[in-house]
Design a protein around this ligand. Structure first.
Ligand SMILES: [Fe+2]
Ligand SMILES: [Fe+2]
Length: 189
């Protein structure tokens, strides 16, 4: 399957450019940390497949494929494109690889005990070259050395941002950060 062509037809120019950046960083990180480069490429290409759908279109996909979602995801359109993208990848593009599906499914929130591939896609999405936010350079540098530390800093940023904006924090993000912190402290003992 030509994922580049599929995505170029679905996404607008900016999102396509973002996706190419995610593919680039995800394959570099896969190389660096010994993950499957082909899986990283496919997951990176498809991670934002459902981003152009509006809220009702996204809900229709969820209903069609009987995807059960928590309230926190359902009430946040920003989060919803991740499980919807997973459903489309699985049921419409025939992706059966659980690791790829998990990486797409959790690229917005993270999850407890993320696989290596899920960590890579989560971070690549955040630090690809066209991303600009305070502190991105620091996370970029750390990501190539220590994925867990880069994730911990990213979750800290996200949670602080959500608190400042008075927004709901998805429980998967909290669980994911707790899990990473336990791992980081264990590593130091
Ligand atoms: Fe996304
Ligand atoms: Fe993205």
């Amino acid at each position: 399957m030509n994922y580049d062509e599929i995505i170029r037809n679905v996404l607008n120019e900016n999102r396509y450019k973002h996706t190419l950046g995610v593919v680039k960083v995800a394959t570099e990180l896969a190389d660096r940390f010994g993950a499957d480069k082909e899986k990283a490429t496919i997951a990176a290409y498809l991670h934002d497949y459902a981003k152009p759908l509006n809220y009702n279109e996204a809900l229709k996909v969820i209903e069609k494929y009987d995807i059960i979602l928590d309230e926190e995801t359902l009430e946040n359109p920003e989060l919803l494109h991740a499980p919807v993208g997973m459903a489309i990848a699985k049921y419409e593009l025939g992706i059966n690889d659980e690791e790829i599906l998990e990486a797409i499914r959790y690229h917005t929130t993270g999850k407890e005990n993320m696989s290596l591939l899920t960590k890579i896609i989560y971070l690549a999405d955040l630090i690809e070259p066209s991303r600009e936010f305070d502190g991105v350079e620091k996370i970029r540098k750390i990501a190539y050395k220590d994925l867990d530390l880069a994730l911990k800093i990213s979750f800290d940023n996200t949670i602080i941002y959500l608190i400042k904006k008075n927004m709901i924090i998805h429980s998967d993000t909290i669980k994911s950060r707790n899990y990473i912190i336990r791992n980081l402290t264990r590593g130091k003992k």
